[in-house]
Design a protein around this ligand. Sequence first.
Ligand SMILES: [Zn+2]
Length: 393
Amino acid sequence: MTEAQTLLVILALLYLAECLVWVPRSAALLRIWGRELGRLTFGVSHFGNSRGSLALAPPLPMLGHVLLATQPGLSISPEMLVAFVPFTLHPAGCPLQTAHSFSWEAIRHTAVSNRTLLINDRPILRAATPQTAVRLMRQIDAIRQSPPAQRAALLERSIEQSFDLSAARLRWQDFRGAVQPLRCLASALFVFLFGLAPLAAWRWGLTRVWLPLLIGLLALSAATAWRFRRLHLEWYPDASDDRFARFLMVLLSPVAAMRAADFLARPLLESYHPLVLARLGCGDPDFRPFARRVLLDMRHPAHPATPSSDPAEAAAVQFARHQWLRAIEAFLQKQRIDPDDLDRPPDRLEDSCRSYCPRCEAQFTFAAGHCPDCGGLPTRPFSGAGTDPAPPP
Ligand SMILES: [Zn+2]
């Protein structure tokens, strides 16, 4: 293999690495194929750990993007904030959580370092993207600086906004048009780097064409970076640190420049609940199972449902969960789905199944016991399943 060929292979591998997206356990991912919203995926990949997993974005710049939406990572009440939530989209359970808690009066300052949210210099939460971390910081600052009597209303409004389907759809449609020139530039760069440049080097020899190729590469990279920076400023005006770092990446790395539109798209709808993303991207046959999963998890959280035995923390977590549950049920009703109908018991897999887990829907041959996958959540008997005199240990 010649040096030029080796370089091309290395570039291709680096490019593939840029196509991988880290999806936290609290997040759902929607793939966009072309200009249309695609299908929502969430949860499981074999390439992951207790915090999240890797997913592949559409591999060519013109093929599409991915969008992320995350469930809340903080339990916020009018009295305090707890870095713990008892719900998750991931079947294997909640990600690791710091469970730090602060009363509003105890918060002196907030900051964001890359994707990590800090309160009083303590790392609280690692968000899916820097934009989310900044958004959470702004929300915390707004609540702590507001009079205590107004905090409940602020929280309510914030949750309402995260279920605003019309606003999310409009944001996506506006972005889809705005990002088109950047997608064209990224695609031109892709064709130049993986098509024209190798062809020219093969036809005339790298020593004769390296200078015009380099000039072309620099011109395309600079145009892509300039356009990327403008769009970033327009769509994420608060995320100045991320803008600077990404701009340099796109300017200096052709591999990153080819993924520039995808970098912009990922956090676009992250302030919305994953149910909103699912409603945008899925038809009823896919939306209902996803909504059922979200609802069951929210109504019947896995144990432990509180971070500690502290009653104030437990009350804040309960308050936040009920607030989100009410919002989810209201959203489903707007979609003409009855939450109680969605929460019905699963069909029995076999006649020997006598109980089921209300959260993960695992089925058991005993009539009364606990689900080991959900931290010992009590199971529920199927109707007419009788009683089991000897529940399992
Ligand atoms: Zn379970």
